[in-house]
Design a protein around this ligand. Structure first.
Ligand code: SF4
Length: 250
């Protein structure tokens, strides 16, 4: 397969398979690691939404191969771009990819900060298979802080509304707390969303740690776990946070 790939390293904790149809992202998050991963100029990466050459053709051929190989693992969109960045509403690349995936029964997991921009595609997402899921990255509750941190992404409340809509549409939902920026926000997000989020994935922060207000990662993890267990929620603590929790980093 050429567009659907097996993520390596830390990304593998999120999904066994992934696909990036866009090769840039205009959300412009300050903590974005994608330009570094892709060896791209940071400013250019955040300037406009580029689509990979022949993306849909390659994706269709990979989905056909996926079906032929009788694979069942979900394919995550996306690690190094966002499938619902603003231009998706015009370009409809993700929507067309979902149509293809539904045809081949290749279950898709969407991970986005695009919020309710994704809602109109939920019937297609559900049609990709029983393992389909909708997920949002949540960082800070405060609207103006979020606007500085993730300038073009959907507002925090809009992302929560999208999760609720997915859950009400019968789609599995999960939240990524990675990067972890602010403990109070994370606790508040859990309180607000536990009735419609199925799973929480909690990580630390890679790259510029000065963007995070968290200094004691062990206390942070313990407080977040307490809150999640209070609401009897399923959660995964990612290996980078586990490392931060241990005194020797092992
Ligand atoms: S949504 Fe993801 S890919 Fe897009 S700018 Fe933010 S961190 Fe980077």
């Amino acid at each position: 397969m050429r567009l659907i790939y097996e993520p390596k390293g830390r990304a593998r904790e999120y999904a066994p398979l992934a696909a990036n149809l866009y090769t840039s992202c205009t959300h412009g998050c300050l903590y974005c690691y994608a330009p570094r991963c892709m060896q791209r100029n940071r400013e250019l990466f955040h300037t406009c939404a580029n689509v990979r050459k022949n993306a849909l053709k390659l994706f269709a051929s990979d989905c056909a191969e996926y079906a032929k190989m009788r694979l069942t693992e979900p394919v995550l969109m996306s690690f190094v771009s966002d499938p619902y960045q603003p231009d998706e509403l015009e370009l409809r690349i993700t929507r067309k990819a979902l149509e293809i995936a539904a045809e081949h029964k290749a279950p898709i997991q969407i991970l986005t900060k695009g919020g309710t921009r994704a809602i109109s595609d939920f019937p297609l997402l559900a049609a990709t298979g029983a393992q389909a899921a909708f997920a949002c990255t949540l960082t800070v509750c405060d609207k103006s802080w979020a606007a500085k941190l993730e300038p073009q992404a959907a507002e925090p409340e809009d992302r929560l509304n999208a999760l609720k809509a997915a859950y009400n549409a019968g789609i599995t939902t999960w939240v990524s707390f990675e990067p972890s920026i602010d403990e109070k926000s994370v606790i508040e997000f859990i309180r607000l969303s536990h009735s419609y989020v199925d799973l929480y994935k909690v990580g630390a922060i890679s790259g510029d740690k000065t963007l995070s207000t968290i200094s004691n990662w062990r206390d942070y993890a313990s407080n977040v776990i307490n809150e999640l267990e209070k609401h009897e929620k399923k959660y995964i603590i990612k290996s980078d946070l586990k490392k931060e929790m241990t005194p020797n980093g092992d």
